[in-house]
Write a protein of this length. Structure first.
Length: 85
């Protein structure tokens, strides 16, 4: 709610993601877990910028080497006290 007045507003922070599921913040960094990767973004003033992949090539239901035998497309992400993702 801008200024705390009026009804809540909905806005899209990121689009074009592949089944985003898990989110984590570490300071001003936003981590987003998608079906086959985890991306990091600089976050501030309500905007996510500077996208970079921190873990790519994660298995999902489209991984050819698994021939459809992997049905866990939803991923989670967490940041440990030492900053490890």
């Amino acid at each position: 709610r801008p200024g705390g007045d009026g009804p809540p507003e909905e806005s899209v922070l990121l689009d074009g993601l592949d089944e985003p599921h898990g989110l984590a913040f570490d300071g001003s960094t936003l981590y987003v877990a998608q079906s086959d990767q985890v991306d990091a973004y600089d976050y501030g003033a309500g905007a996510a910028t500077n996208p970079r992949t921190v873990a790519g090539g994660l298995p999902d239901d489209r991984s050819p080497d698994l021939r459809g035998a992997y049905s866990h497309v939803l991923k989670s992400v967490a940041v440990g006290p030492d900053g490890a993702v």
